[in-house]
Design a binder for this molecule. Structure first.
Ligand code: SAH
Length: 342
């Protein structure tokens, strides 16, 4: 697609054109993944963060948010609960918390790997050195989520304090990919100062990186942050970006994000209909769920893991797709495996 075509699909108000885009994205997703929707069990294990991103509710300077950390044993307990429910991927996400040194992380990864040799272990703990990433991979982690947030330099600087660098974040992504991780990049839609041209740049960056997964969700304001007073990103524009990403990176995994479900009651269902094929229900202990408050009014913070699973399965089936509890590796990594549409 040319730049002009992409910009047109991002901005057009023509319903028929938008529907054709979603139908095209659905067809491409079906070709590579059938109608399966993969589950990932999300464990939000620390809400401490040394960074100060202007949009994020757990940024360092937010003194109004209560912080928590899970112990290795608590994390393992979440994995056990998830495993008993059928989850085959665990995602360990958190703020950039120096308490979890490489040594601590390696201990946690090894313990999960020892107990669950077949499961996928995904990390999402921000920017670290090549040496750290290599050590995590050695210890048994196989996937890493690190949204680039925006591929546009100027926009990145408008969303982050000066000490954070887009070049470093991009470098981390290429390094992770090189080490052998299945890598997830991604961005928010509708962050303050974002233009359609920024989103075009996101897509061009993704084409170059060729990640195994792309997380796309709307920006939602978080109280007590510099961006608290800005409007949330749009549902429709988020769906356009999901569909365009599916068309430009046909084999990538695309989650129907919790942020989109928070913005609109049927947001995740609409994402599935626009080419998404992954959901990430929460496996964190219920008593800390509300504290991992990246943005306000986050959904699914009160339900037990089993209830989240049941609810998501029903939503997926009702939308015409098939909940799947396999590991769900990316076709970017294993292009030879094709699922047969059911
Ligand atoms: N510390 C990790 C995990 C960050 S939290 C890292 O650096 O990768 C996961 C994602 O939540 C972020 O990458 C960001 O895209 C998203 N997020 C943060 N604040 C948000 C907000 N206010 N609205 C929507 N999404 C947000």
């Amino acid at each position: 697609m040319t730049d002009a075509e992409i910009l047109h699909y991002i901005t057009t108000d023509d319903r028929a054109e938008a529907e054709a885009l979603y139908a095209g994205a659905r067809a491409v997703r079906e070709k590579h993944y059938g109608t399966d929707v993969y589950f990932r069990g999300l464990i939000e294990f620390t809400s401490y963060c040394k960074n100060n991103c202007f949009y994020c509710g757990i940024r360092r300077d937010n003194a109004e948010t209560r912080r928590y950390r899970l112990s290795r044993e608590q994390i393992l307990e979440c994995c056990r609960t998830g495993n008993a429910l059928g989850f085959r991927t665990f995602v360990l996400q958190g703020g950039e918390d120096p308490y979890y040194t490489d040594e601590k992380m390696i201990g946690i990864i090894r313990a999960i790997r020892a107990e669950f040799p077949e499961h996928a272990i995904t990390l999402s703990i921000g920017e670290r050195s090549r040496e750290s990433y290599e050590a995590f991979y050695e210890a048994g982690a196989d996937r890493y989520l690190l949204r680039h947030e925006t591929a546009d330099e100027e926009h990145y600087r408008a969303m982050h304090p000066a000490e954070m660098k887009l070049s470093n974040r991009k470098e981390c992504l290429y390094t992770l990919r090189e080490i052998g991780f299945q890598v997830g990049a991604g961005f928010m839609v509708g962050t303050p100062f974002q233009t359609p041209e920024c989103l075009l740049e996101d897509l061009r960056f993704l084409e170059d990186l060729d990640p195994h997964m792309v997380g796309i969700g709307p920006f939602i304001p978080a109280s007590h942050t510099p961006f608290a007073g800005y409007p949330a990103g749009g549902e429709e524009r988020t769906l356009r970006m999901v569909a365009l990403t599916r068309l430009l990176l046909p084999r990538t995994l695309l989650p129907a994000t919790t942020a989109l479900g928070t913005l609109a009651g049927d947001g995740r269902e609409k994402a599935l209909l626009a080419g998404a094929n992954v959901v990430m229900p929460n496996l964190s202990p219920v008593d800390v769920r509300k504290l991992y408050s990246l943005y306000d009014n986050k959904i699914c913070t009160g339900d037990e893991a089993a209830e989240c699973l049941r609810c998501m399965s029903l939503r997926i089936k009702a939308t015409g797709f098939c909940p799947s509890m396999v590991r769900g590796d990316s076709r970017v990594a294993f292009p030879q495996i094709q699922t047969v549409p059911v």
